[in-house]
Ligand binder design. Structure first.
Ligand code: GDP
Ligand code: K
Ligand code: MG
Length: 271
């Protein structure tokens, strides 16, 4: 069975190094449709039927930059079988912002906790098991530069792709937001793919224009969604997109506080 793996991660997380290590000389560079951003594709070494797509380096899946739009369109519309999310372990808190958004999409994800050589040298300790449980996805320690962990990473990615199960991650937003999301989900569930329902509910809640353009809903439904959003905005006294962003940062900082122990000043593990 042919498998397509997408590599996604922040700039400087080691994506190019990882892509080169995984694909060797089998790379082809083209363009994403209609734009001049490079699209790199390759075959996984020793696996002729495994294609790896290198997505542009991004900090989030918001609709604001060309790179973000390319990445989200690819993940949501083209649907790779599995996503390898490269996380710079030495900058974990910043990198996890993109991770939560990738997990929301609903495609199976494996996290490559990269730069693990730097993490280990620094003496920081990341509780991989707890992190993996919390995010409901496998976390594999890698050093793209030294070539460690890559075999385990690709093995896990192929295994998930072949199992064909959708992601099960569901972070809890605050009660008013969860209520709004489930009401929105009820209204849009016949218009969007099942596996992406959570993603679309969040995007509708954020009034994400790119999504509003793509998914056709009746004016009545649109009006109902707007009422749901307005009620939540009134209750939380903030606009919907910034509610999602600030609750995301809170969630990530909780995760990091619980599962990452910094070696030096300012230990982040609570007590
Ligand atoms: P990209 O922007 O995500 O494509 O990142 P690059 O692959 O260009 O990597 C950024 C820098 O980090 C380069 O200098 C790499 O050699 C280095 N790098 C990548 N992966 C690792 C790793 O696992 N450990 C260490 N120590 N350095 C790495
Ligand atoms: K770079
Ligand atoms: Mg790069």
């Amino acid at each position: 069975m042919p498998v397509t793996i997408a590599l996604a991660g922040n700039p400087n997380s080691g994506k190019t190094t990882m892509f080169n290590a995984l694909t060797g000389s089998s790379q082809r560079v083209g363009n994403w449709p209609g734009v001049t951003v490079d699209k790199k594709e390759g075959r996984l070494k020793k696996y002729k039927d495994v294609t790896i797509i290198d997505l542009p380096g991004i900090y989030s899946l918001s609709p604001y930059t060309l790179e973000e739009v390319i990445s989200r369109d690819y993940l949501v519309n083209e649907k790779p079988d599995v996503i390898i999310n490269i996380v710079d372990g030495s900058n974990i808190e910043r990198n996890l912002y993109l991770t939560t958004q990738i997990l929301d999409v609903g495609i199976p994800v494996v996290i490559a906790l990269n730069m693990i050589d730097i993490v280990n040298k620094s003496g920081d300790i990341i509780d991989i098991k707890k992190l993996s449980e919390t995010l409901s996805c496998p976390v594999i320690e890698t050093s793209a530069q030294k070539g460690t962990g890559l075999e385990a990473l690709t093995k896990k990615a192929i295994e998930l792709a072949k199992a064909g199960k959708k992601g099960t991650f569901k972070r809890q937003f605050s009660k008013p937001v969860e209520l709004a999301l489930s009401n929105i989900a009820e209204l849009i569930k016949n218009n969007v793919p099942d596996e992406n329902l959570r993603w679309y509910s969040i995007k509708f809640f954020e009034r994400d224009e790119k999504v509003l353009e793509r998914i056709t809903l009746s004016d009545v439904i649109k009006g109902k969604i707007e009422q749901i959003i307005l009620a939540c905005e009134e209750e939380l006294d903030d606009n919907s997109a910034s509610i999602i962003a600030s609750e995301s940062y809170e969630y990530i900082s909780d995760v990091v506080r619980s599962y990452v122990k910094k070696s030096r000043s300012g230990t982040t593990l609570s007590d």
